[in-house]
Design a protein around this ligand. Structure first.
Ligand code: SF4
Length: 355
């Protein structure tokens, strides 16, 4: 795909309303909907325009999308346009078996559910509501039983980094196609004490790399672009193969180069157009601006896609094209989205630095 023209993923935060109060919530979600959310008709128009990108993956997220009474109309419209449509609901009493059946009936191709621990004790303390682990597992099992694809999402923090092996067993148990590991960017309610050090990232990457060899599901990361660097290093060391060969292998490489604003665009509940949900710098608003023009031509998105425009070690790194570092984390730490990723341990070689 030419990421200068089209994103791989379009994420629309349809609402920030949610009945959970997760300790690391990006959206700092609240129980009530914001009256300034995009309306149903504005949503239809947005989806129509997103379709003109071509064939991006359309993801409805929140908050909790089920807090919008028109969510099934929006899903139907998206799927009716031919967009591959995914949804990321919260595990609350709104997520009933009949809601999941309705997702499938209206054209959802995959449902993503967040589970941050292998048991209720770990997960519920994270999510702030007792019973949410059981609801999440119920939803995943029900989807499995009706043959709706699922994505199992885990936010990796110091609370659960030593329990990832047990969580992986849960992923296999519910037959999820994908285990998506989110790494913290200190925004919203995310707590600095939960953030991993650069050394801890490497330990988690080694676990992911080893389990990816035997797991019956794919593994991908969000806001840990340097996992691709880690895999490239390990594969070269183990097999002596080149980056070109690596690029043809596995899901890590299908998303190679994707980062905030590069293959990725996020629309907030009020229509702001961000490079990602973790990089809340607006390049426009869908109520006034064309999302296609903003993605392709705004100075913000253009500079984020240009790997020549990186500072610090990300600016001289030989892995910049497949990694490039988290622009969102750089921004959260320094207010400069071009700075180096402060959670990457790698030191680019001197040859790369002087090239
Ligand atoms: S230095 Fe930057 S570009 Fe290089 S691997 Fe680390 S995060 Fe990626």
């Amino acid at each position: 795909m030419d990421f200068n023209q089209s994103p791989l993923l379009v994420i629309w935060e349809v609402t920030q309303a949610c009945d959970l109060a997760c300790v690391h919530c990006r959206a700092s979600a609240m129980p009530e909907r914001n009256p300034a959310e995009l309306t149903t008709d504005q949503g239809y128009r947005l989806l129509d325009e997103i379709r003109t990108f071509g064939d991006p993956l359309m993801v409805f997220t929140g908050g909790d999308p089920l807090k919008r009474p028109d969510i099934f109309d929006l899903i139907r419209h998206s799927a009716g346009l031919g967009l591959r449509t995914n949804i990321s609901p919260s595990a609350t009493p709104l997520l009933t078996a009949s809601a999941i059946d309705k997702f499938k009936r209206n054209g959802v191709s995959r449902m993503a559910i967040s589970v941050d621990g292998p048991d209720a004790g770990t997960h519920d303390s994270f999510r702030g509501v007792a019973g949410s682990f059981d609801r999440a597992m119920f939803a995943l099992r029900h989807a499995r039983d009706i043959a709706l694809d699922t994505q199992f999402q885990t936010t990796v923090t110091r609370r659960n980094m030593n329990k990832l092996g047990q969580i992986a067993e849960r992923v296999a148990e519910v037959h999820s196609r994908m285990w998506s590991l989110f790494f913290l960017v200190i925004t919203g309610r995310a707590l600095a004490d939960d953030d991993l050090t650069a050394e801890e990232y490497e330990r988690v990457f080694e676990f992911m790399y080893q389990i990816s060899k035997i797991a019956p599901f794919d593994i991908k990361t969000t806001e840990a672009m340097h996992y691709r660097r880690y895999v490239a290093q390990r594969m070269k060391a183990e097999h002596g193969i080149t980056e070109e060969t690596i690029n043809t292998r596995g899901v890590v490489w299908r998303t190679s180069g994707v980062s905030d604003g590069r293959g990725f665009v996020f629309i907030s509940h009020t229509g702001e157009i961000y490079p990602s949900g973790f990089l809340p710098v607006s390049a426009g608003n869908v109520l006034q601006d064309s999302i296609v023009s903003v993605y392709r031509d705004s100075s913000l998105f253009r500079i984020l896609r240009d790997t020549e425009h990186r500072e610090g070690k990300c600016g001289v790194c030989e892995y910049a094209k497949i990694c490039g570092g988290s622009r969102a984390r750089a921004y959260a730490f320094t207010a400069n989205y071009l700075a180096e990723d402060p959670r990457c341990i790698y030191q680019p070689s001197m040859a790369a630095a002087h090239a």
